[in-house]
Design a protein around this ligand. Sequence first.
Ligand SMILES: Cc1cc2nc3c(=O)[nH]c(=O)nc-3n(C[C@H](O)[C@H](O)[C@H](O)COP(=O)(O)O)c2cc1C
Length: 166
Amino acid sequence: MNSVRKEVLAPDPAALRTVLGHFATGVAIITALDDDEPVGMACNSFTSVSLDPQLVLFCAAKSSTTWPRIQAARKWAANILAEDAEQTCRLFAEKGADRFAHIAYSAGRSGAPVLEAAIAFVDCETLAEHDAGDHVIVVGRVLELGYAPEGKPLLFYRGGYGRFEV
Ligand SMILES: Cc1cc2nc3c(=O)[nH]c(=O)nc-3n(C[C@H](O)[C@H](O)[C@H](O)COP(=O)(O)O)c2cc1C
């Protein structure tokens, strides 16, 4: 496909959301232990930053009620969801939900929950926080990580969920 006609939009929040929705991503549940209570939120802003040293990031909305708890914990895990974990993703995006009531997990090296519904995890401690508009860019130093060799990811694209096929 060489040339596709594109709609050009002025940059407002709705346009940015629509256009960025075309960047297909996985979904990570960012988890932490806040005073022994597990907390977590769905994020598709999770990405790699540096291989040496090993750094990753996610962007947290300043409006999130979970982010201040992850911020206070300073240790967190990014849990990359499996293709059949759409309901888990929705649960961790729903305001006021009892997110860990029926979720299986174990503790990562930092103590942050590593979800059974994850095909891979990256356990981190916060290295830096950068103010960025209505979000905070959270950079984590990797403490431990792991993956399921046969795992397949949940994908998020244009506001909907899908699976990866070669
Ligand atoms: C697919 C998907 C991706 C999301 N990505 C982010 C993200 O990168 N950063 C963020 O702050 N919120 C993101 N959210 C929203 C949060 O998961 C959710 O709205 C928020 O945690 C709501 O509850 P809280 O107040 O308990 O934090 C995403 C939601 C979904 C469904």
